[in-house]
Design a protein around this ligand. Structure first.
Ligand code: FAD
Ligand code: NDP
Length: 426
């Protein structure tokens, strides 16, 4: 026995929330749509977990950041789903999928069938064990992917005010959590293998600006090495972190952010995979025409760069979700998804945005000793990427517009001289 729906969204994260809103805008009927989520809460704006949710003053409660507030849209509460006749199946893990039969099997043994499936399963945090280090299950070792993880960090922070935290990983989670921990008056040491933070995106010059700022707030950096083991006491708590370079750091809590893996396992062997995700076409449709994939799990064609990419950012989750629903509801009228990659972060009082691709030569501009600076990336004689810290809304819009246009660049020195004005006048 089981339930049957026309549309099923598997996963209850950012993409699911935006897909649901789009379905209602396009006239889904009561009872046609179901969202299945392992999480026990309605879809929310995941980025808030490492930002407003962890801050000591004016902490944002979960209810304030349900999707789709991040895009200045309606806030989809449980009541909203009910009023729109959307079945929210929460706290439910799907343990197997059969795309030929169009069925999903829940961990409790219920079969849910669909006509059209949207896979929005996102990703899971990589565990230290996958790098040969044990201790992830210690009481004071945290990861950050969902609301439960964020609550755990919150409780630990409160229990060790004034204590020491070791942050493992110098990527997005590491940088944002380190800032939140410091604001909560915890001493932070960041440990990562690269020569500078955010190595996959930042240039050494950009990274050095943020590292200096973090240092001025008391954060210490240990670079070029990794964690080798934990000292764990008889209560199952980590007391110290041992590094491969032989040093030891005392720890009251540890936050680990060492990357993610897309949740594709239910569909391996059934759908075509690419770039670690589910390969889809310009309508977000997978190798099975009844199955779409969106968000972190989708590898989709980025027209602007003529290649398939899988992006792990909220803007692409929102937009792929909306486009997939448009393609499902109005297939012929909906064109190919045409996306300009967009990433951002907000840390302390700083805020940056990045558009496009960080390949080729780099042209830095602005005042790196002040609060507004940036960079352009030029590849094969064209602007392909741009970064700006401390910009205004108009400036960010100009950056996005210029990057999408991919103008030809002949003189890098002139571009550097023009700086931000270059984007404002393209
Ligand atoms: P998710 O939001 O991860 O949702 C996936 C959902 O699928 C979850 O509800 C999960 O429980 C469910 N699920 C998975 N497998 C199953 C299963 N078998 N059965 C049932 N349910 C299942 N991006 C930015 O651009 N800017 C930011 O500032 C930013 N901040 C972030 C901060 C944090 C702490 C994190 C973790 C991410 C952040 N991101 C940010 C990334 C952004 O949140 C993700 O790109 C986005 O959430 C992806 O949306 P999604 O719907 O694809 O996946
Ligand atoms: P990232 O991929 O951003 O960073 C992981 C970092 O950990 C890299 O610097 C990586 O180095 C390093 N690392 C890998 N293995 C080890 C190890 N064994 N020991 C120490 N460091 C290691 O992933 P995060 O975990 O920071 O973020 C998870 C997801 O959340 C991402 O999808 C991200 O996009 C998203 N997110 C986005 C935010 C935003 O857009 N503002 C904010 C928060 C999260 P290397 O490069 O050498 O592998």
């Amino acid at each position: 026995m089981g339930r049957a729906f026309v549309y099923v969204i598997l996963g209850g994260g950012v993409a699911a929330g935006y897909a649901a809103l789009e379905f209602t805008k396009r006239g889904v009927s009561q009872g046609e749509l179901c969202i299945i989520s392992e999480e026990s809460v309605a879809p929310y704006e995941r980025p808030a977990l490492s930002k407003g949710f962890l801050l000591p003053e004016a902490r944002s409660p979960l209810s304030s950041f349900h999707t789709c507030v991040g895009d200045n849209e309606e806030r989809l509460t449980l009541k909203w789903y009910k009023e729109h006749g959307i079945e929210l199946v929460l706290g439910t893990r799907i343990k197997s999928a059969d795309v030929r039969r169009k069925t999903l099997l829940t961990a409790a043994g219920e079969t849910i069938s669909y006509k059209i499936l949207i896979i929005a399963t996102g990703a899971r945090a990589l565990k230290l064990e996958e790098f040969g280090v044990s201790g992830s299950d210690a009481e004071n070792v945290c990861y950050l992917r969902d609301y439960n993880d964020a609550n755990r960090i919150l409780n630990l922070m409160q229990s060790c005010a004034g204590g020491n935290a070791v942050v493992i990983g110098g990527g997005y989670i590491g940088m944002e959590c380190a800032a939140s921990l410091v604001i909560n008056k915890i001493n932070v040491t960041m440990v990562f293998p690269e020569a500078h933070c955010m190595a996959r995106l930042f240039t050494p010059k950009i990274a050095s600006y943020y590292e200096d700022y973090y240092k001025s707030k008391g954060v210490q950096f240990i670079k070029g090495t990794v964690l080798s083991s934990f000292d764990i006491d008889s209560n199952g708590k980590v007391t110290a972190v041992n590094l491969r370079d032989g040093s030891q750091l005392p720890a009251d809590m540890v936050v680990v952010g060492i990357g993610i893996r897309p949740n594709t396992s239910l569909f391996e062997g059934q759908l075509t995979l690419d770039k670690g995700g589910i390969k889809v076409n310009g309508k977000l449709q997978s190798s099975n025409s009844s199955v779409y994939a969106v968000g972190d799990v989708a590898a989709f064609p980025v027209k602007l760069f003529g290649e398939t990419r899988r992006l792990e950012h909220v803007d692409s989750a929102r937009k792929t979700a909306r486009h997939a629903v448009a393609a499902i509801m109005e297939h012929e009228k909906t064109g190919e998804f045409d996306y300009l990659p967009f990433f951002y972060s907000r840390i302390f009082t700083m805020s940056w945005q990045f558009y496009g691709d960080n390949s080729g030569e780099v042209v830095h501009f602005g005042d790196f000793s002040g609060s507004t600076f940036g960079a352009y990336w030029v590849s094969k004689g064209h602007l392909v990427g741009s970064f700006l810290e401390g910009g205004t809304k108009e400036e960010y819009n100009a950056l996005a517009k210029a990057t999408r246009l991919k103008p030809a660049i002949e003189d890098l020195a002139e571009m550097e001289r023009q700086g931000l004005s270059f984007a404002l006048t393209v």
